[in-house]
Design a protein around this ligand. Structure first.
Ligand SMILES: NC(=O)c1ccc[n+]([C@@H]2O[C@H](COP(=O)([O-])OP(=O)(O)OC[C@H]3O[C@@H](n4cnc5c(N)ncnc54)[C@H](O)[C@@H]3O)[C@@H](O)[C@H]2O)c1
Length: 382
């Protein structure tokens, strides 16, 4: 079988997401599978140029995975004619200038979210990308997770009838870092470094709500910094200046009400780290990362509120698992494959920089709503 190559800069490859999800589970996995099968029968082999700030770390990662092409000079990498795509998984505050430079160099863009720290910056990027005629994509990984793909299947199959509401619960306890190391980087908790759970999670909630249930029309949010003091990677204490919890209500076009709690200061008493309950007239579903359970109206029990009776009804057993009926690959890899196919076919990617900008808009207005104590409309982006 014939193959062709595509050069991809992977910037931020030493980070959690850049290394594990994008390099290991996506790009290297595609290479190890002999490349991505294309519509014309050829296979596409990603040729990777690792970019970062630390030579020793890059050399180590490259060495461990049989890669030889790495550099700390992004400008030089962007000047290479054998590179077609720039991918960014740097920390959020470093993203916008790097994406702007890559667009100016004529590279196609694929990037982690949020695409920029401000809506103005995100819109500038989307406009510049369109003007440059390049292809652009933003990670929308949650939609590629098995649980949410099953939920989408239920929606497409009309299972719910009219959808009434969506309730999402996301979060887990992120250790403060004193007596046990924190399991997230410390910049996440510093506003000046682009941290905060709103800019981290609202972009996810935006593409998820928009794609599954309809455009988001208003946001009402309350935020909190529940843990004001944390300890960094060196064990030094610091003030947490960014919010670590956000309680949001989102009204969608068509009348669906979504309510999503996001918190790094909550202990998990759920089946998965994120779960969404969708209630519709005909039935309800609870979807997480992997699983999805349903209850149809015909099988809905009739609980009666009576505090004098002891509990004991096993409500969870009254739900039915939705079968896989499919093989689900890693979600990040699945979207990489779609993006690469789109670039080769020269067609737009569904989750583009405009979708990314709408996610940043929701985060920005969510923070403003929390500051002002007001419900805010989301104007359509031109
Ligand atoms: N899609 C998802 O589910 C998901 C999950 C977590 C994080 N993210 C996003 O991925 C991005 C990276 O997050 P992460 O958790 O991997 O972070 P991380 O701290 O583990 O990695 C950050 C990367 O940026 C690089 N970097 C560049 N300039 C830097 C600077 N000045 N200071 C510190 N690091 C710098 C680091 O070397 C490292 O490679 C963020 O934008 C975040 O919002 C996405």
């Amino acid at each position: 079988m014939q193959s062709k190559t595509i050069g991809i800069i992977v910037n931020g490859v030493t980070g959690r997401m850049g290394y594990r999800q994008h390099l290991l589970r996506s790009l290297l996995a595609i290479r190890e599978a002999g490349g991505l099968p294309l519509a014309d029968g050829e296979r596409l082999i990603p040729e990777l140029v690792l970019v970062g700030r630390n030579e020793a770390k890059l050399a180590d990662i490259a060495g461990r995975h049989g890669l030889t092409d790495w550099t700390t000079d992004l400008t030089a990498a962007l000047a290479r004619p054998d590179v077609q795509i720039y991918f960014d998984a740097q920390l959020t505050s470093a993203r916008q200038p790097a994406l702007a430079a890559a667009i100016a160099a004529g590279k196609h863009i694929y990037t982690e979210k949020p695409v920029a720290e401000s809506l103005t910056g995100a819109v500038e990027l989307a406009r510049a990308a369109d003007a440059a005629g390049i292809r652009h994509g933003v990670v929308a990984d949650k939609l590629f997770l098995p649980g949410l793909r099953k939920l989408k299947r239920l929606l497409d199959g009309g299972f719910f009838g009219r959808v009434l509401s969506v309730r999402g619960e996301f979060g887990y306890w992120v250790f403060e870092g004193d007596w046990q190391p924190a399991q997230r980087p410390s910049w996440n908790y510093r506003a000046a470094d682009g941290g905060g759970i709103v800019s981290d999670m609202f972009p996810h909630w935006h593409y998820l709500l928009e794609h599954l249930f309809g455009p988001v029309r208003t946001v009402t949010a309350h935020t909190a910094t529940h843990l004001p003091r944390r300890w960094d990677e060196q064990g030094e204490p610091y003030d947490a200046t960014a919010e670590d919890a956000a309680y949001g209500i989102f009204e969608l076009a068509g009348g669906v009400v979504a309510q999503i709690n996001s918190s790094w200061a909550v202990r998990v008493h759920r089946d998965e780290l994120v779960e969404f309950q969708v209630d519709g007239v005909e039935g309800s579903a609870v979807a997480g990362l992997h699983h999805c359970h349903v209850q149809h109206r015909a099988a809905t029990p009739k609980p009666v509120w009576n505090p004098d009776l002891p509990g004991g009804e096993d409500f969870r057993s009254q739900w039915q698992p939705v079968p896989d009926n499919d093989q689900f690959d890693n979600g990040f890899r699945a979207q990489w494959e779609q993006f690469l196919s789109d670039v080769v076919a020269d067609r737009p990617h569904q989750f583009d920089l405009w979708a990314g900008a709408r996610g940043v808009q929701l985060a920005e207005l969510g923070l403003q709503s929390a500051r002002d104590g007001r419900r805010l409309p989301l104007p359509e982006l031109a």
